[in-house]
Write a protein that binds this ligand. Structure first.
Ligand code: SF4
Length: 121
């Protein structure tokens, strides 16, 4: 097992996001942008984990989650966690929560930047 660093970050469900930009406007450090009509966390390193982007969303498309990443531990909320990527049987962990799974896959733009969502709330 190894230690992974997780940061408390907003994760967007692309199926629910309408691209209204309310979250973008609420974000002080401008960590979010609208890309192809969907909110994307383009600068997770600047996010202060303050959750100002959550309440303005009219469709509850954006939720906070612990996301594996590296970066400045003085900016935002962080925690360290032992990385358990496999079950006792040696098989990769299955997603049991459909919405969580959709958020992981739906936020593929964020994943493309190297983000790895561990869990929600
Ligand atoms: S506030 Fe919600 S619906 Fe509007 S862009 Fe942000 S995540 Fe999408």
């Amino acid at each position: 097992m190894s230690v992974a660093f997780l940061k408390w970050l907003p994760v967007v469900d692309e199926d629910l996001c309408t691209g209204c930009a309310a979250c973008v406007e609420a974000c002080g450090p401008k960590s979010l942008e609208i890309v192809d009509r969907v909110a994307v966390l383009v600068r997770p390193d600047t996010c202060g984990s303050e959750e100002h982007c959550i309440a303005p969303c009219p469709t509850t498309a954006i939720q906070m989650a612990w996301v594996e990443m590296d970066g400045d531990k003085n900016r935002g909320k962080w925690r360290a966690e032992l990385s358990r990527r496999r079950t006792c049987s040696g098989q990769p962990r299955r997603d049991t929560n459909a919405r969580e799974s959709r958020m992981r896959e739906g936020n593929s733009r964020a994943n493309a930047t190297g983000l790895n969502v561990h869990n929600t709330v």
